[in-house]
Each structure stands twice: as structure tokens, then as C-alpha cells.
Design a protein around this ligand. Sequence first.
Ligand code: GLA
Length: 353
Amino acid sequence: MNSGEITKTPFGATKEGKTADLFTLRHNGVEVRITNYGGIVTHWLTPDRRGQVGDVVLGYDTLDGYLKATPYFGCLVGRCGNRIAKAQFSLNGVTYRLAANNGPNSLHGGVRGFDKVLWEPKSSVTPGGPALELNYLSPDGEEGFPGNLKIKSVYTLTADGGLRLDFTATTDKDTVVNLTHHSYFNLAGHGDILGHTMQIRSEQITPVDATLIPTGKFQSVEGTPLDFRKPTVIGARIDENDEQLKFGAGYDHNWVANKPAGAPGLIARATERTSGRVLEVSSTQPGVQFYTGNFLDGTITGKNGWVYQRRHGFCLEPQHFPDSINQPNFPSVVLKPGQTYRHTIIYRVSVEK
Ligand code: GLA
């Protein structure tokens, strides 16, 4: 059986002068490159329906690009993905203050989140495919969060074109954990993603206020431009006069996954007509943030000299709901000593003939 291969090359030096590596995973004609800096997926090369290989994620060719400016391209997000209101929370009667790096709120783990640290890599070829294991010990107090948190994330490129991410984490003090992955996909390679079709298996979103913090309520998607229960072109309703779309400057919301907790279940499916490519996203988490790259503004030139304009990529970030630690109605993101946080995401790219 062909289980693929994994190779390693130096990718450059971090700000602290440490060497980051770039790992290339190949399996059945698909190639994914991942660096242990931020756990970033830098390239994802996969054939279209004519067999032409193209790159379906946004990013840079060099580490330097990621060090200078990145809107979280392809990275591993943590310790707490998405926003924490007013950059603070209390746990066991103690108030923890975080850096406000997104207006008044904390976003994606703070100033130096898991997307900006060097992970300890271990590569292997497993029966499931080439695999990259990344380990990181986030010290007690890092970015204001309590507890030494030990995280392992394993990326496996499976035979069917899937990139499987298995996260586990343990702590020595009660803490908050909400990990996710932040690839910007463009199934056509480049240009805007407004012509892609999206389907999200969800009946409800968690509506937000003007700073993108959930109100704590649940809102049915029925009759709104956020209804993706049937495959719908992303651009068809994105600029409609809808309060939620105005707050997000487009889609930037959490959909409540319509699946039982536990085993990974399909939550979203995107297709692109000209390439014939299909992206399916499965996860074990209760929600998925669908973000349409509304904040990209043409100031970044990435791989192949492509200028990333507004809405040139979309993210599907399976995770717990935003600001869960401050929201009594939402599933808990608290991890206690003795417990193991587990989260699996599978992104699979295939072609429709
Ligand atoms: C998430 C957030 C967005 C934005 C992007 C990164 O999707 O919800 O508001 O911060 O990450 O730019």
C-alpha cells in the first residue's frame, strides 16, 4: 500500500533566531506543506477536474511573509480561538486580563498566540498517511491564561485527499482551551470567492453585536442571508441589508453545528464550478466560524505574486462558540487537570466531474 511520504527543509529563522522547518506531505497526487512555526499550512496542491494541479490556500512562500504580516493565514489558533469580550474572564473567582488585540476584545489567543510560536515537530509515515506531530507547552500565564497547557496536534494527509487534524491538550490548572485551524481557502486558486457555493449543516447562528461578541442568544437562519442549509453561492446575499452581515462586513459568524457531539461529522461543503473542486469539512466541535475574508484589503501580496483583495479567501474554523467563557448558555471551554481536550477536524478536497 502507498502511504505517502514526508520530507523536511529549512524555512527560515524566527524573530528569536530559531530555525523553522517546512514539512512537505505527499499522498496520492496531493501535496500539503506545513511549517512548525504556528503550525501553518502554507501550500495545498491538489488537482482540478482536468488534472491541473493548483494551490487552494492563501499564504506566503517564505517564513518572512508570515513574520511580517498575516491575517492568521493557515495557522493553528489558540489557546482560545475567536473573541473573548473585553479581553477578560473569570474562572474560580479569579479575574484574568488578556491583551485587547481586536478593539476592546481579545482575539485568537492574544498578541503571541499559538500561531506565532515554534512547535516541536516529529514526522512519520503512518498507515493512515504521512503525519506531522507538533508539540507545544504553553507556560502558566502565557498571554494571561492560567495553567501550563501541553498541546499536541497531529496533521495527517490521508489517501482520499483529506487533511486530518487531531488536537489533544492537558493542563495542570483550570484553564480555557478552544483550538482551531485558520486556512483561507480558494478552490479556484485565486480571485474572489464570491462565486463559490457553500453549504453549512446548521439551523442557527449565535448572533453578534457590533464588536462581533455574541449576544448570548441563538438565531434561526430561516429567511435570512445566513441560511446555507441548501448549497448557495457565497456572493448571492453577502451585501444584503442585514444587521448581522453589517456587523461582520460580510460573513464572519458562528454557525451551530447540526450534529451530535463526539465523532467527526460533516458540517460544511464548498464547491467551485470552474475547477470542479469540492471542500468538505468535518469536526467534533459544536460550532463553525465561517469567515469570508472581509478584512483582506489588497495590502498583502502572497504566493505567486497574488494580491489578496477583500474576499479572496474563506475560512471554515470548527471550534466552540466565540466568547464561551463569558457566556453561561454556551458549551463550556474550561479544561481541568486530569481531563484531556480532544478535537478533530478533517478538511477534504476532491473533484466533481
Ligand atoms: C476570524 C474572526 C474574524 C477575523 C479573522 C482573521 O475568522 O472571526 O473576525 O479576525 O479570524 O482576520
